[in-house]
Design a protein around this ligand. Sequence first.
Ligand SMILES: Cc1ncc(COP(=O)(O)O)c(C=O)c1O
Length: 421
Amino acid sequence: MHALQGAPVLRKKELVQGRYPMLPDSQIFERTQRKICYYLGVFEKEIADLAKRELLRSILSRASAAGPVVTIQGRRYVNFASNDYLGLANHPEVIRAAGVALEYYGFGSGASRLLGGGTVLHDRLEGHIAGFKRTEAARLFNCGYAANAGVIPSLSSAGDIIYSDELNHASIIDGCRLSRAQTVIYRHGDVAHLEQLMKQRCRGRRIVVSDTVFSMDGDIAPLPDLHYLCRRKGALLYLDDAHGTGVLGKGKGALAHFKIRPEPWMVQMGTFSKACGSFGAFVAGSRDLIDWISNTARSLLFSTALPAAEAAASLAALRIIRNTPGLVTRLWRSRNRIVGDLESLGYETMGSETPIIPVRAASVGDAVRLSRFLFAGGVYAPAIRPPTVREARVRITVSAAHEDRHVEKLLVRMRKWRQER
Ligand SMILES: Cc1ncc(COP(=O)(O)O)c(C=O)c1O
C-alpha cells in the first residue's frame, strides 16, 4: 500500500502547524509530506498570482437547459456565451430523437467502435455527414478535441511538416504536438507567408492545417487561397470546420460557403457540439483516408464510442438544418444587426465575419469589467483573456434562438457601458 493511502487529506497550513502527526516513523513519508507541502505552496502562490493579474478563471454552472436565456446562481441571463448557433441544443426534435434512442439502446455504448461500441445509428450519422460534406466517407469522434488530437497525428509523423495558422484552436496545436512532425506556424490568415514558408525542403508529407472560422476572432480563413496553394504544392489540407458547420454555406460549412468542391487531398473535420446542439465530432474525406484514420487515430481506437443517443441527436440536428433554412438566415440577421449596432456605438469587433463577435478591450481588466457589467445587467458574455488569446476581449456569440428582445437587451447594456465611461 502506498504510504499516503488512507492518510488524512493534508493541507499546507495544517502540516506547517503540525496539526497532523507524522504517520509511522518513516523518513520516506516525512519527505513525501514536505514535497506535498511544497507543491501546495506553489499552487497557492500561482493561483494568487493569476487572481492578481485578473487571469483566474472560474466555472459558472447553469441551473437550466441550454438556450438563449439561462439560470445561473438563481438569476436569469440572456446567454451570449454559447456556441449553440442554431438553438438546437434544446430543440424538441433533437430531444425526442435522443430520448427514443436512449430508450432503445440505453445510455453507455460500452466499448470503442472497433469493439462493438457503435450502433447502426453511428453508421447512419457517418453516412449523412459524408453526404452533407460531399465526401466519400466520414468517421465519428467523441468530441472535436479528440478528433484533432487523434487525426492530425494519424496523418503525419517524423519527417513531415505541418503548417499551422497561428490562431488555430488548442486541440489542433495539441494534435500537431502529438504528431512528431515538424510544426511551422504561419501568420494568421497570411497565405503569402505560408507560401514563403513552404519553400523549405520537405522529405515527407506537407499538411496545411487551419480552422475555417477562428473560434475567438470570428473571422474566416482564406480558403480559396489555401486550397489553391495546397493543390500547387501537393499538400494535404486539413480544415477544422467546428464553427463553420451549420453556420456557413447555408449550414453545410466553409467549403460550401466558398463553393469549393472537396477533393481527396482535403480533410474536413467538424463538431456536433456547436451549431448541431449535440455532442461529438466527425472527420470527412475520401474512403481511403477515412479507412486509414479508422486504423490509426488513437483517440478513436482507444476510447469508448459515443452513446447512440448522441448520434440520434446529431442526426435530428442535421435533418433540421437541412429542412429549415430559415434558421441560418435568422442567425445571420441577428448577427448582422449586433455587429452593425456595436460598431456604430464605437466598439471594435476585431474583424469578425461570423456569429462569433469579439469586442476589443483596452486591457485584461477592461475586458473583465465589461463582462461583469453585462452580467450585472442580466447579460452573459464572457471575457476572453491570455493565454487563450493575445489581446483581451469580450466574446459575444449569437444564436438563431435569440429573439429581438434578447438582442435589444445586449445592445442597451453595451450602450450604457459606453455612456458611463
Ligand atoms: C475550432 C475548434 N475546434 C475544436 C474544438 C473542440 O470541439 P469539442 O468542444 O467538440 O471538443 C473547438 C471547441 O471549442 C473549436 O472551437
